[in-house]
Design a protein around this ligand. Sequence first.
Ligand code: ADP
Ligand code: MG
Length: 308
Amino acid sequence: MSIKIVNLTHIYDKKTPNETVAIDHINLEIETGEFIGLIGHTGSGKSTLIQQMNGLLKPSDGEIIVSGYNITEGLDLPRNQRKRVSKSEVNERKRRLIEVRKRVGLVFQYPEYQLFEETIEKDVAFGPINLGLDETEVKLRVIDAMQTVGMPYEQFKDRSPFELSGGQKRRIAIAGVLAMKPEVLILDEPTAGLDPKGRDEILAQIKALHEKEKLTVIIVSHSMEDMAKIAERLIVMNKGNVVLDGTPKEVFRHIDLLEEIGLAVPQISYLTRALVSQGFEIDPDIITVDEAKDALLNVLLKQKVKND
Ligand code: ADP
Ligand code: MG
């Protein structure tokens, strides 16, 4: 399940004094099984971009092709841009758009605000019930999704989502999307507002899910530190454009550009850079504390052997 974005532009409040170009001619390709961190300063267009990926927002221009199917074609374009299509063609497009929404699961920022049922079980079951699945399948999916987010079904099913802690509420909201078994999971700032423990738990669960199910994951984040630890590819946005796209190591080589657009690289990169400039023989591409620890121990050990 690939997502291809071609020349995508999104303009809010077009032709009004508030006109904002949120996405400016973006081209991107996302392949099955990737784990992507989508990073950028507030207002850089991250949320707008991901809402295009499952057809929630219609672009002003350009195309989004999900699994070879152009989801931007026709349907909601202004009349003068719509090609004449038959009624059956319109229905077919609607059906496929629904199919895409099912396969590309989107967890909004602060998704816990959308919890509303009186029990956790009902909340997690809401999506799968809407998909028209039978009772047994719904229950299996709810059990599975709750397990995945570390909230065992038997223990939590009858409790109210409103008695949970912030981190638990968020995990239940994520379980609600997982229960629909998407092939692509997109999460908008899933760790926003959580304490470090809650943040690490959620990230670890997402990572485990990616590894176990080979799920394609896109996490929107403004934390370079977090994304350095878990993402395999980073897409960095600034003012509606993609400015960097590569592995975390490739991206973090551009410290100056990242700082210019208001993104700090992981603290450890500054340490590595300082050590390298002082002549220490360590890999300049170190981006996590663990890597730095190993490299430094290595240097110290060599020093010690020399001194002995
Ligand atoms: P990010 O998620 O990176 O913070 P957004 O996609 O939310 O960025 O916003 C990109 C730009 O579009 C910003 O300038 C923002 O103010 C504007 N914007 C976002 N949502 C809307 C909206 N519903 N109406 C008008 N402007 C919006
Ligand atoms: Mg946002």
